[in-house]
Ligand binder design. Structure first.
Ligand code: PMP
Length: 296
């Protein structure tokens, strides 16, 4: 996958510069210690033009992630949203995945950052996990301990945990990994939130245990709007196995159904599940085919 070519521009601290010439701070804490924070947004080609779904919320979460780890956040989020639209237009992208990244500056000490830069890159990207129903496995790798790390923030270094879990899953022939917390509950996938359906009710892990996905909250809002009962509670592996159906959601993956968890295959035809109705509703929402205000 080629993320940029010689003409691709990125937004770097106030300027649009060629991605191929942007350079890296080789003495940066971001590079050495993974001391940075990032976001993932999606722009859709809608009948109202190119529209980034919930752009402000993503930049607010980026700010919260930086604040959680004491990286200076010097930018105005509204301006960053405008710059992102400009970046998409400059790169002729009507739909894209957008990746803002805040990098801490040169400092080899293990002390809080005093300096930071922001870059925003964008590229065309289909649904992260593809469009086919998924085979997922319960990982041997747990989510990080929330007492050791602000796991509700999108912090660069934390994604080594996600890389380990998803690559272990792929090596075993699965598409994605489900991670347990220290108490043995199934919290979410490596970079998506998890929902299961049982007896016409939808369940997901409580907000405080899982990453506060913007898609997760959108799914909850859709459930409420469609009068599907939604229950947030810790989920055991047995409950996930015994579900009627399940799906993952995230900005990159959007909403994608699960066919199999470990050796258990869900019997329900995905197209007839509540998850499939939510998936259709989500697509209409991001494409602005539905009245946004009513649902959100
Ligand atoms: N969990 C993790 C660990 C994530 O990094 C993400 C974002 N990729 C998600 C869940 C989904 O969050 P969102 O819906 O806001 O993209």
């Amino acid at each position: 996958m080629q993320y940029y070519n010689n003409n691709t521009l990125i937004y770097l601290d106030g300027d649009f510069v060629k991605a191929s010439q942007a350079g890296v701070d080789f003495y940066g804490q971001a590079l050495h210690y993974g001391y940075g924070a990032f976001e993932g947004l999606r722009a859709y080609n809608t009948h109202n033009g190119t529209r980034i779904f919930k752009a402000e919320q993503h930049f607010e979460r980026l700010q919260q992630s930086c604040e959680a780890i004491n990286i200076p956040y010097k930018w105005n989020n509204r301006e960053l949203v405008e710059k992102t639209y400009e970046l998409l237009a400059l790169n002729n992208l009507r739909e894209a995945y957008v990746r803002p990244l805040v990098l801490s500056g040169s400092n080899m000490h293990l002390t809080s950052a005093t300096d930071s830069k922001i870059l925003i890159a964008a590229w065309e990207w289909g649904p992260y996990l593809g469009q086919n129903l998924l085979k997922v496995c319960v990982s041997n790798i747990q989510r990080p301990n929330p007492k050791a790390f602000p796991v509700n923030s999108k912090i660069s270094g934390q994604y080594i945990n996600s890389i380990l879990a998803s690559s272990e899953a792929i090596k075993k022939g699965f598409d994605e990994a489900l991670l347990l917390d220290q108490n043995g509950f199934v919290v979410q996938a490596s970079s998506e939130n998890l929902f299961i359906e049982k007896d016409f009710k939808i369940y997901t892990a409580p907000q405080q245990d899982a990453f506060p996905g913007i898609t997760r909250q959108t799914v909850i809002n859709i459930c409420r709007n469609l009068n599907f009962e939604i229950i947030e509670k810790p989920l055991t592996v047995e409950e996930v196995y015994a579900a009627d159906s399940a799906f993952l959601c995230g900005t990159a993956a959007e909403i994608i159904g699960i066919r199999q968890v470990d050796h258990i295959e869900y019997k329900e035809d995905w197209e007839h599940t509540i998850g499939a109705s939510i998936q259709r509703r989500y697509k209409n929402l991001v494409l602005e085919n539905e009245n946004y205000e009513v649902i959100i």
